[in-house]
Ligand binder design. Structure first.
Ligand code: FES
Ligand code: FE2
Length: 313
């Protein structure tokens, strides 16, 4: 299960989109249902009733704050525990063996995070720029028809900027390329991240980005004089689709007015990325040049850490 992204914490949806009505969402090829109980706690369950396998998301949150299956009305709390089985004498039913499959959840930066595994749950570690309260984030999400690894690779790839973003923030570099500009970049790695700093040899333009395992790229637009920092997640929906989730941290509250003009350039990549076929290949699978070094590090990590793993639930 969750073979596309097994045993990782990942955001799945903005917390503001999870109300009392159950929400169905596909994550890494598995269908989940998210809901809130009466005290506002969010539960994430596999969207599959343990009784006859129907979608729990077709049910409702009842007056007890339980998710009630639409078929025979079994009731599950936010931890997946079965609380009631209608029309059966309680003395004849052992509720403890009738649980739905629950996934661990956390709320950070206005996002619902889910751990895509069972068993031991690691701490959820995020960059400091995601540690502020929800009102400091502007969140946008949409689904692209591409494998999630292509989306993350794109976010780490700085040499496409003057071409894909020619008419927005890449214009300045595009002019420099005409005069023979080349990229000067530094890459550093930690166990769970890759940092890239890039500048050009003949113009005053630089930027930095960081990839954090498994599916977050922090774009440090503040290097370009803009008072925002963008967190770009590539969340696998299934093999063919990826949820692009962007959480922009507002360093200056009055920067809110900039956001519309900020989101549209970030998603200019959609058409190009949807033209890829399937996941990223291994490091030798396509032609490469020195400016591909950062994305090749991601490819190596992906093929070693994920492509050969699976979780059984
Ligand atoms: S299928 Fe859910 S209660 Fe029967
Ligand atoms: Fe881009």
């Amino acid at each position: 299960m969750f073979d596309l992204l097994p045993n990782f914490w990942t955001p799945v949806l903005p917390v503001a989109e999870v109300e009392n009505t159950p929400v169905a969402v596909e994550l890494a090829g598995e269908r989940l249902v998210l809901f809130r109980n009466l005290t506002g706690e969010i539960g994430a369950l596999l969207d599959r009733c343990p009784h006859r396998g129907v979608a729990l998301s077709l049910g409702r949150v009842n007056e007890n704050g339980c998710l009630e299956c639409p078929y025979h009305g079994w009731q599950f709390d936010q931890n997946g525990a079965c609380r009631h089985v209608p029309l059966n004498n309680p003395a004849d039913v052992k509720l403890s063996v009738l649980s739905a499959v629950r996934l661990p959840t956390r709320i950070i930066a206005g996002l619902v995070w889910v751990f895509t595994g069972q068993g031991e749950v690691p701490d959820l570690e995020v960059p400091e720029s995601l540690m502020r309260s929800p009102e400091f984030y502007f969140i946008h999400h949409e689904v692209w028809n591409a494998h999630w690894t292509r989306v993350i690779e794109n976010a780490m790839d700085y040499v496409h900027v003057p071409f894909v973003h020619r008419n927005s923030f890449g214009g300045e570099v595009g002019q420099a390329i005409a005069s023979g500009s080349f990229a000067e970049f530094q890459i550093t790695q930690t166990k769970h991240s890759i940092q890239v700093f890039n500048r050009y040899h003949n113009i005053e333009s630089s930027f930095a980005l960081e990839w954090h395992q498994p599916n977050l790229v922090v774009l440090k637009f503040d290097e370009m004089g803009m008072p925002v920092r963008s967190h770009f997640f590539g969340i696998p929906v299934n093999k063919h689709q990826t949820r692009i989730l962007i959480a922009i941290q507002l360093l200056e509250p009055h920067a809110v007015a900039m956001l519309d003009e900020f989101i549209s350039p970030i998603i200019e990549d959609k058409v190009v990325i949807e033209s890829h076929k399937g996941e990223i290949p291994a490091t030798t699978g396509e032609c490469n040049v020195p400016t591909d070094r950062a994305t090749l590090l991601f490819r190596r990590w992906y093929h070693q850490a994920i492509a050969r793993q699976a979780v059984t639930i």
